[in-house]
Every structure is written in structure tokens, then in C-alpha cells.
Design a protein around this ligand. Structure first.
Ligand code: LAG
Ligand code: CA
Length: 472
């Protein structure tokens, strides 16, 4: 049994969607650790259905066949090696726990070779372990329907049963023993909150010395029977409204502007900041799954980068950065060989992020802002807010950082008042300090802050500028 990864307060986590375990290990060592990412959400590690006839879609991994740790991302040994290497690089691993359901398909073979039929999974679950509804979820006004029936037809586990709870706890506990430091709870809205609470209590009881980080997927539009606040007792929640608000503001929909974001927070119907994991987009929302909506994605280019600059600068929630593979078809799986084997992100020792993999987390603006968030974390407030009442905004984080965002089609020249100490700062949206600390990396612009805490800058259209005391 390994010691779990130290839960180094996860200021920012990144979802390396569909990456292999071997690639994630390399990324932890060569990029994530050095750039201040402290946690990775991995794709579900369990045995999943394999759908060659459908071209191996990404959503195979949300149909559980067994809890063997053999998946499209790699073997159990690969998983263990990744957890260890990432921990040594200062990066925690959060696993996506699919515990509400098993498969939707009537029969098939899993990624570890297990043959199953729906409601009958060898050595794991039998028909009596499933809820009786056995019909798709149809009525989101009815809590029983949402929790006891089948999400898109997926066999719904009877999570009130002690035996089922124990089996789920055994699975999650094995991952904790391997060093997993936290879990995304998939489809938490479809599990009765008291039952999920019982499962998580048992898991925590088995690992009293581990400070597990739990965040629950509860898509709550604010109009349904099941609400995100029902889940605050068992952990954090993924707040889906946040990305929608960001999308509307940056796209200028619903009369929204960036200036309006000054008050973004609980007053908007968001969870309390300490309860929320926030994101511009996730693997569902970026492709119109999970209910769709106006979410920005990598396809929005500069606009997407600016939205992430805002998310990482603005002191609300724990930000989750999305890292994608490029897609046209919303069902298509990750870059793969003809037999469905996922291709490595690395070619000839280099991350190949300008084609089939997108690696948003390596975009200079996003990566630079992860350092900003780490550096400014101890100041909870927004200070020195400025806007043009439209789509040019700027704000500080006390004496630790300052950001300006120009989402207009013309340049912004302004003298900004900050609380920063006098000095020469790098614009970390373009690159932080070089490794030797002597200059700004990537030819990032040097910005001079005077003794009064002011600086004058010109931001070209659709750009941002961010300064913090650790890149000075
Ligand atoms: C989630 N959160 O609650 C995941 O974030 C989401 O990606 C999962 O759906 C869902 N819950 C179940 O874990 C994904 C796809 C679905 C896909 C499902 C199961 O968004 O489209 O459904 O995974 O693979 C697929 C087909 C459906 C079919 C179902 C059952 O698309 O048409 O009814 O499988 O066979
Ligand atoms: Ca359920």
C-alpha cells in the first residue's frame, strides 16, 4: 500500500480527457508539476465496454463492465506507475468514479475481456443489485425517477443496498490504496444524496489518514427536483452554471458583458465559492452532451483563452482546466489506431498538441494563469476593479496580482491602479519568468509598476495582461 498523494491544496486541476496513463505520468513530470498544476482528473480507470462497431466512441468509458483497472488508458500497472510518478512531481490524481450505473448495451465484452449481459456482470453484480424501474429517466421533476431509473438507459445500481455500497467502496478504496487523492463522482445527481453520503462515509472511514478530495457531478439548472445543495455535505460540486455564465458574457449573449462579471458568485445562483469546482467547458458540454448550452471551447480560440484567463484570475471556486482532443463529430473517440488503441500525445519525445490533441492546458495564457492563481490564492478579494462598462475589465488580487482583459475589437490603452509593489513584472499571459529567473519567458512583455502601484499599458484587441509577484 502506497501513501496517497499529498493533497497540496488543489488550486487548479486539469482534466486530461482520454489521455493514457503513461502520457499523464510524463506530463506530470515535464509540464504539470513545473507549471503549477497540482491535480489531474483522469478518465474513468475501470473496465469499460468496447464498441468497435461504433468506432470506439469516447463514451465507452461511461459504461462500466467491471472494476478491474484495465481500460483504454492502460493497465493497472500503468495506473500505479502514473500515480507514483505524478505524486513525485507534486501532482495529485483524481479518478472519475462511475458508480451510479453499469452498461446500457444488452451484452458485450469489456476492455479486460469480461463478457457481460445487462444486469449481470460476472463476479460483481447480479440482477437483484439493480433498481427495479428499468426504464430510462424521463422526469427531472421527480427525484425518484431521476435516482431509481436509468440515465440514458444505463443499468442503475441499487445504491441503497449494503452489498452494492460495499462493492463500490471496495473499488474506490483500492484506488485510494494505490494513491488516488480524490474522486469526481459521475452522475451524482442520479444517486440519492443520502446513499452517496453513506458510500463516501464508508470510504473515508477506511482511510482516516487520507484527506480525500470529493467533487460531485450534479447538473443543476435550478429548476429540477434534485439540487446541488443536497450534496454539499458529502463534498464539493461541479457548478455547471458558471461555464454558462462565462460563455454568455464572453459571447455577448443575453445582453451580458464582461463588466457584469464583477459580481459573479453566489448571488448569481452559484454554489458558495468553497463548495464549487468551476470550468469554462467540460468533456460533455464541449460537444453538446449533458444537456448542451452556450459553453466556450478550444474552437473559440482567443476568446476561449480570455475566458480561461478570467476564470483563473477571478477568486471564485476551484478552477478545472479542460484539455481536449480535437473533434468534429461529437461521438468520436480520442486519436487512435484502427484497433482502438489510443495514440500517444508524444511523438519523438515532444508533446504533439497542434493537431489531434489540443492540450489547452499548455496554451501560454492558460498555463501562465495557473501560476497567477497559485501566487494570488491567499487574497480572497477582488481589488481595484476597473471596466469600460462593456468588455474591457481589470482587477487586482490585493498586493499579489493584477489582470486586465480586452475583449473588444480595438486596443485598450489605460493607466491601471494596482496594489502591487513597484517593480518589473512579466505579462504571464504570454509567459512567466524564464527557468533561471533572469528574464520573461517567450519574450513576454515586461511591465513596469511604479511606486504608486500604477502601470500604463496598451492591450491589443482580444488580449489580456496579468502580473503577479512571483513573476517579477
Ligand atoms: C455523466 N455524467 O453524469 C458523464 O459526464 C457523461 O459523459 C455520461 O454520458 C453520463 N454521465 C453517464 O455516465 C456519456 C455520453 C452518453 C452515453 C453515456 C454512456 O454523454 O451519450 O450514452 O456516456 O456511454 C450512450 C449513448 C446513448 C445510449 C447509452 C446507453 O449515447 O444513446 O442510450 O450509451 O447505451
Ligand atoms: Ca441511480
Amino acid at each position: 500500500t502506497q501513501a496517497p498523494a499529498a493533497p497540496a491544496t488543489p488550486t487548479t486541476l486539469v482534466h486530461l480527457f482520454e489521455w493514457t496513463w503513461a502520457d499523464i505520468a510524463t506530463e506530470c513530470e515535464t509540464y504539470l508539476g513545473p507549471n503549477g498544476y497540482r491535480a489531474v482528473q483522469i478518465s474513468p480507470p475501470h473496465e469499460h465496454i468496447v464498441l468497435a462497431d461504433y468506432g470506439y466512441p469516447w463514451w465507452q468509458r461511461y459504461q462500466v463492465v467491471s472494476y478491474q483497472l484495465e481500460s483504454r488508458s492502460g493497465s493497472r500497472a500503468d495506473l500505479q506507475a502514473m500515480i507514483d510518478r505524478c505524486r513525485d512531481a507534486g501532482v495529485a490524481i483524481y479518478a472519475d468514479a462511475v458508480i451510479n450505473h453499469m452498461t446500457g448495451f444488452e451484452s458485450g465484452v469489456g476492455s479486460a475481456g469480461t463478457r457481460f449481459s445487462k444486469y449481470d456482470y460476472p463476479d460483481l453484480y447480479a440482477p437483484e443489485d439493480f433498481h427495479n424501474c428499468r426504464q430510462p429517466v424521463t422526469n427531472y421533476d421527480d427525484a425518484e425517477n431521476v435516482t431509481q431509473c436509468e440515465l440514458v438507459g444505463l443499468a442503475d445500481l441499487n445504491t441503497s443496498s449494503n452489498a452494492v455500497q460495499t462493492t463500490i467502496v471496495d473499488y474506490m478504496s483500492e484506488l485510494v490504496d494505490m494513491g488516488v487523492a480524490g474522486f469526481r463522482i459521475d452522475a451524482a445527481k442520479h444517486i440519492r444524496n443520502e446513499e452517496l453520503g453513506q458510500i463516501l462515509d464508508q470510504l473515508r472511514d477506511r482511510h482516516p489518514d487520507t484527506d480525500l478530495y470529493i467533487y460531485q457531478e450534479v447538473i443543476d439548472p435550478g429548476t429540477e427536483a434534485i439540487r446541488k445543495q443536497d450534496f454539499y455535505d458529502s463534498g464539493n460540486v461541479l457548478d455547471f452554471k458558471y461555464g454558462r455564465f462565462i460563455g454568455e458574457a464572453f459571447l455577448g449573449l443575453e445582453g451580458q458583458t464582461l463588466a457584469n462579471l464583477q459580481t459573479l458568485g453566489e448571488g448569481w445562483g452559484l454554489a458558495p465559492s468553497s463548495q464549487a469546482v468551476v470550468f469554462t467547458d467540460n468533456h460533455d458540454k464541449q460537444r453538446g452532451h449533458g444537456g448542451g448550452g452556450d459553453y466556450l471551447t478550444y474552437k473559440n480560440g482567443d476568446l476561449y483563452a480570455l475566458a480561461n484567463v478570467f476564470m483563473l484570475a477571478f477568486p471564485y471556486g476551484k478552477p478545472q482546466v479542460m484539455s481536449s482532443f480535437a473533434f468534429d463529430d461529437s461521438e468520436q473517440g480520442p486519436p487512435a489506431e484502427a484497433d482502438g488503441t489510443t495514440r500517444s500525445v508524444y511523438q519523438n519525445g515532444q508533446a504533439n498538441c497542434s493537431g489531434e490533441w489540443v492540450c489547452e492546458h499548455r496554451w501560454p495564457a492558460i498555463s501562465g494563469m495557473v501560476g497567477f492563481r497559485n501566487a494570488t490564492q491567499s487574497v480572497a478579494e477582488v481589488t481595484n476593479w476597473w471596466s469600460n462598462q462593456a468588455n474591457q475589465i481589470a482587477f487586482g488580487r490585493g498586493n499579489l496580482g493584477f489582470v486586465a482583459i480586452n475583449r473588444e475589437a480595438q486596443p485598450l490603452t489605460h493607466t491601471f491602479q494596482t496594489q502591487l509593489p513597484q517593480g518589473r513584472y512579466c505579462n504571464v499571459v504570454q509567459g512567466g519568468l524564464s527557468a533561471d529567473g533572469a528574464a520573461c519567458a517567450n519574450d513576454a512583455k515586461v511591465v513596469l509598476v511604479n511606486r504608486a502601484g500604477q502601470f500604463t499599458a496598451t492591450l491589443p484587441e482580444m488580449t489580456a495582461l496579468a502580473l503577479h509577484v512571483e513573476a517579477k
